[in-house]
Write a protein that binds this ligand. Structure first.
Ligand code: KG4
Ligand code: ZN
Length: 311
């Protein structure tokens, strides 16, 4: 990895969530300066590139269209192959980003818990291009559960990192939230969301300063409930499939308590645990580049008329 430039979109904070139209406009504004900065930081120019990889989906159609159109034009102008990358596979392949540190990489096969703002997946990874989804959420994603919980507490978007911060020192058992009883490896977060919403509204109706007074405990209880849901399924999958390496990636895997608890679960179960540094957990260009690298090696290129896959 030579550079990994990320443009933050502060506009979402102002509106308390992602407004699709504003997200695509922000992409349009940022895409050319970000690519320039990445090339500058890497000390290369366009003609040094051997291919252009881009995120084809899943995601918001407007934002994906901006990236797809840009990548198509850029690859065509440079006369190099175009590589279409799946966002969720890129999150998994973030483990293989080589940035000069001596971080160990997971050996195949391994299980990956991929937790982001839009997805919650337990995936069996047999090779860089050979993945099988074993379990998924039946409703909201884990990141959504964090963000919606934070919104009820009046915290700005995205709320996940603020729940993480405010949960420190909080009592995880102060508020009991429901544990969904779903068979297999699938998960559900809508019950938790509703219960948390009701709990906060009830508290506030009795006392104006309820959230202020109870903030660390509310954050810690919500966070622990989400962690329990995902780790229970990871434990089950790891044991059933007799897997010795467990990995985690995606925005929510930046969560400090989840990182600690997956590590201790791995220690107890005798698994090797792999979690990338937080900067490669949340959305970043380096993960798309490393996914592009594996597809390049396999000769899997996209045609110039390729279109986004929002779902
Ligand atoms: O992978 P990502 O950056 O974007 C998507 O593909 O969705 O994930 C974003 C999600 C958001 O829901 C955000 O609140 C959550 O990751 N997130 C966190 C933390 N950092 C980011 N959730 C909990 N604790 C964190 N420290
Ligand atoms: Zn993501």
């Amino acid at each position: 990895m030579r550079s990994n430039v990320i443009a933050g979109q502060d506009v979402h904070r102002h509106w308390g969530g992602v407004v699709p139209e504003l997200a695509s406009r922000a992409h349009q504004e940022h895409i050319v300066p970000v690519v320039h900065e990445a090339l500058n930081e890497a000390g290369v120019i366009g003609s040094d590139l051997s291919a252009v990889a881009f995120t084809q989906g899943p995601g918001l159609i407007g934002a994906l269209l901006v990236g797809t159109c840009f990548a198509r034009s850029y690859a065509q102008a440079l006369g190099v192959p175009l590589i279409a990358v799946d966002h969720m596979k890129a999150h998994v392949l973030a483990h293989f980003i080589q940035d000069g540190s001596d971080r160990p990489v997971p050996a195949f096969p391994f299980l990956n818990l991929t937790v982001s703002g839009g997805h919650t997946l337990i995936v069996l990874i047999r090779g860089p291009l050979d993945m099988e989804v074993l379990g998924t959420t039946l409703d909201d994603a884990a990141g959504e559960a964090f963000d919606k919980g934070a919104k009820v507490l009046g915290l700005p978007y995205p709320g996940g990192p603020l729940i993480d911060l405010n949960a420190k020192g909080g009592d995880t058992k102060r508020y009991k939230l429901p544990a969904p009883g779903i068979k297999g490896y699938d998960m559900s977060f809508s019950g938790v969301k509703t219960a948390f919403n009701d709990l906060v509204k009830r508290g506030v109706s009795k006392e104006d300063a309820f959230v202020e007074r109870e903030l660390p405990h509310l954050c810690a209880s919500l966070q622990q409930c989400i962690i329990d849901i995902v780790l229970r399924k990871v434990q089950k999958a790891g044991r059933t499939l007799n897997i010795s390496s467990i990995a985690m990636s995606g925005g929510v895997s930046a969560n400090s308590a989840l990182r600690e608890q997956l590590q201790s679960l791995g220690d107890r179960e005798g698994w090797a645990v792999f979690i990338p540094p937080p900067v490669y957990c949340t959305d970043n260009g380096a993960m798309v580049a490393i996914a592009g690298h594996f597809l390049f090696q396999a000769g899997q290129f996209a045609t110039m008329d390729t279109v986004p896959h929002p779902r």
